[in-house]
Design a protein around this ligand. Sequence first.
Ligand code: ATP
Ligand code: MG
Length: 400
Amino acid sequence: MKYDYILMRYGEIALKGRNRKKFIHRLHENVLGKLKEFPAIKIKSDRDRMYILLNGENPEPIITKCKNIFGIQSISLAIKVENDEIQIKQAALHALTEAIGAKTFKITAKRINKKFPIGSQEMNQILGGHLLSNTDGYTVDVHYPDVEINVETREDATYITSNKILGAGGLPVGTAGKTLLLLSGGIDSPVAGYMTMKRGVQLEIIHFHSPPFTNDRAKQKVFDLAEQLTSFGGKIKIHMVPFTNLQQRIYSEIPHGYSMTVMRRVMMKISEAVAKKEKILSLTTGESLGQVASQTMESMNAINDVTNYPILRPLIAMDKEEIITVSQKINTYDISIRPYEDCCTIFVPSSPKTKPRKEKVLQFESAMDFTEDLKNTINQIEVVEITKASKEDDEFSDLL
Ligand code: ATP
Ligand code: MG
């Protein structure tokens, strides 16, 4: 007898009422997509569980991959047996002897199939007694057991599991629509992308670059960040915006104290245009209140003024330290700190206004006519599709 299944418990999906089917279907698709390289396995989704029949595959790399999939609360190895007392006893014994280092145990039986003649409490006692009399050196500890053996008797079968591995939580990516993430080469925006994905949102990315002031390595950095994010949810489309012309104009025609504000406003306008074209209903940024000049209340107000599109700012109330911790866990940090500058750092004036006045912004902008340049820039956007994280997923394994 051996572990032949992986059992995955859904997270918040359970709360989704009538949408539940849709959520489960999406999660099923996401898991299938992630486990393509294991052709022998079979996946089955129930109302509250997903089962992966291993068919001889090694469970470890599969579990490692599943730990990155949003919508899964916990994962356990499982033995599936018939609803038969003798088989259940054998499986429980196997689960106990396989639990390395365990000296104390607890049985938690759950009878979901009420037609099964043995009740939960009775099953606890039967199995506890069976394990004690067929092993040496184990004792029962109902409060702090080294291993808890769960025995679930369902309609079709009984599943015996031990040790719950924490899943990624959140909602399945693709169940909450799409957002257009403004991704720089910095630390914050990839974390913002990860956090929106965790709530079930699929990403497209927009990046502004200014060749030849920004080089190919800066561009590669953005591709690598996007690639890391794909390990949480499939392929990602990136819109690369050639920003050189507009940035140079802003830098030379707008008084320096205001050039950053105007540049951000233009970025927002272009992002909104791309989102609309792609039928994406929101933008996402890595802004965090008070972190830099563009993220004061006054700046955000002046920048936000060009759009009434919803802007998601998942990091708005986080400290830099907290953001860094997440970026390290999701393996974007080391990419983000590569020293290649992005367009915004190159063209940032030495002292941007932290409290820009809106009338001034409008006044300076009205002296410039962007219309033609905006149109040209949007027409020249290059689209790149990033499909797969090249790094092994197990680098994320302690994240979740
Ligand atoms: P990050 O670490 O994400 O770069 P930051 O703290 O450096 O953020 P800013 O440089 O002010 O802050 O950028 C604020 C937000 O604007 C970023 O989080 C990102 O969403 C967006 N942004 C900045 N530069 C770019 C760019 N070149 N392309 C796309 N989006 C950008
Ligand atoms: Mg930045």
